[in-house]
Design a protein around this ligand. Structure first.
Ligand SMILES: Cc1ncc(COP(=O)(O)O)c(C=O)c1O
Length: 512
């Protein structure tokens, strides 16, 4: 394989593209690139090559790039303590290599299909993350005008955006029409009529896919289950033929696709396969009547939360002995690999001979992010011990909202012997890890077995890359946390920490 590097952007090729191939990297410097510039470009090329080769070796054994090295938790080649010292805490840190690795592996597994991976922007909408994915060739699934604006600001292509959501406003529809999005994913017949009317007033045509509600139980948390009859999402299966007939007869609508999404954090392949099996015959029938170009099967692939740290190692996925272990261990191991997922969905989708769209959010960014937080106080009351940290439910609401589990690890391994193993073998104790917000629901872990914690310790809340920062709020007038991105041995701030001034900036005095 020959990789020609003529622009800094070209240096972003993914580790997986170097797998099993001899690589000759040829750095082509621009004509008037001399002296320091040339040196910088060459140094960049070498750093990226080092990262890529190391990545290629590690690829088969990793699903994320968080590791202990020399007793310190690293993200790729960066010591997380350094990032926290520079930007403060609470701080979200994302691994660009992990995001690109997930994207590349999913893309490669789907190679037998004509497909688009439409990253679900709602999972993490930081512009730097969107740019990373846009540069890797991703399309985008958006749910608001604001998300479309962000994708454009990140250099994304509106013609590769699908616009979902049950309550699109006139302003959002007009904006999406002006930007010529790939498709409106329509959630009701009322919305269909509204889009038709707005497109008419703009002398424009709206490309449309109806969202089918397949009435499937995705076996996930009730708040993130979307594909059953009781949910507000989509159009019931038995209404679909009539809805398409109406759409096809509308003056300003182009019927271009079919869409569904059954829920989020799904850790078995079966519900996906079941939904496809149920909807595929309808898609086939619609294709024979209307100019359907694509079938979007939504997102929803679950990630590892309970054994987040260990799941970074290939051996963890290969460890079949887990099946004979305790129920608790087996539950911790609930995981769906990209290959298991693709193996289950590929055969029925291939037969449709349509372009297939996927809308993964959590899968691409979830394991790629951590929330760094420092222990402020240790408090003992009766039998209970608390570590009060500087992050709160306003920074990461998932535990309070869904009672969801996040693994929490100290950034400094408690003994050198533990480094690289993710588990500290020193004495542990049960402790609640809680935030400073005035709510009993403000916790990250309850009665969690942890190594002894001390004031000032830096902790990493794992698997916080998806539905983390995007759900953060200013509750208790706490400024939003900062975000940083790591790539190889470099790191950068990708969102400034809010200040107290920011909290009141948009408030105005009543005029009376
Ligand atoms: C329509 C749609 N597509 C995609 C997603 C992304 O889901 P996930 O992040 O679980 O992949 C969602 C999430 O709620 C969604 O509602």
């Amino acid at each position: 394989m020959l990789a020609t590097v003529s622009h800094r952007r070209d240096l972003s090729f993914s580790p997986s593209s170097t797998q099993n191939h001899p690589v000759l990297i040829c750095v082509t410097l621009e004509k008037d690139c001399f002296g320091e510039d040339a040196e910088t470009s060459t140094r960049d090329a070498c750093a990226t090559l080092r990262f890529a080769l190391r990545g290629a070796k590690r690829l088969e054994s990793c699903v994320h790039f968080f590791r202990y090295r020399y007793g310190q938790l690293h993200c790729e080649d960066v010591d997380l303590a350094r990032v926290a010292d520079k930007f403060g805490t609470p701080l979200y840190v994302y691994s660009a290599g992990t995001i690109l690795d997930h994207y590349t592996r999913l893309n490669a597994a789907l190679a037998p299909l004509d497909h688009l991976i439409c990253y679900a922007v709602k999972a993490n909408s930081n512009r730097a993350i969107l740019r990373l994915l846009a540069d890797a060739g991703a399309s985008f699934d958006i749910v608001s005008g604001g998300e479309l604006y962000r994708v454009l600001a990140a250099g994304g292509d509106p013609a590769r955006c699908t616009f979902a959501g049950v309550g699109k406003s006139r302003q959002e529809i007009e904006y999406a029409l002006d930007q010529r999005v790939y498709s409106f994913n329509v959630e009701s017949e009322a919305e269909l009529e509204y889009i038709d009317r707005i497109a008419g007033t703009k002398h424009s045509r709206a490309p449309v896919a109806m969202r089918v509600n397949p009435d499937i139980d995705p076996r996930t948390h009730e708040y993130i289950s979307t594909g059953s009859r009781e949910n507000k999402f989509g159009i019931a299966l038995d209404r679909i033929p009539a809805a398409y007939e109406r759409a096809a007869a509308m003056r300003n609508i182009d019927v271009v696709g079919v869409q569904m999404h059954i829920g989020s954090q799904i850790t078995e392949a079966a519900p996906f396969a079941e939904a496809i099996k149920k909807v595929a015959p309808i898609v086939r029938d619609l294709k024979s009547r209307y100019p359907i170009q694509f079938f979007s099967i939504g997102g929803g692939l679950g990630i590892i939360y309970e054994s987040s740290f260990e799941s970074g190692a290939r051996e963890w996925w290969d460890d079949t002995t887990i099946r004979s272990k305790s129920k608790r261990d087996r539950e911790r191991k609930i995981a769906l690999s990209i290959h298991e997922y693709v193996d289950a969905i590929l055969p029925p989708l291939r037969e449709l001979k349509l372009r297939i769209l996927l809308e993964p959010g959590r899968l691409l960014v979830g394991n790629a992010g951590v929330l760094l937080t420092r222990v402020r106080y240790i408090k003992q009351t009766g039998q209970k011990k608390f570590a009060i940290v500087d992050a709160g439910m306003n920074d990461l609401i998932r535990p309070a909202l869904y009672h969801s589990y996040h693994e929490i690890v100290p950034c400094k391994a408690s003994s050198a012997a533990d480094a690289g193993q993710g588990k500290n073998k020193n004495p542990t104790e049960k402790i609640d890890i809680v935030g400073p917000v005035c709510e009993s629901g403000d916790f990250f872990a309850l009665d969690r077995e942890m190594p002894e914690l001390h004031e000032g310790d830096l902790l990493a809340i794992m698997s916080a890359g998806a539905y983390g920062f995007v759900m953060a709020s200013n509750y208790n007038s706490r400024p939003l946390p900062a975000e940083a991105l790591v790539r190889g041995d470099r790191f950068a701030l990708i969102r400034k920490r809010q200040t107290w001034q920011d909290l009141v900036r948009d408030e105005v005095e009543a005029s009376w």
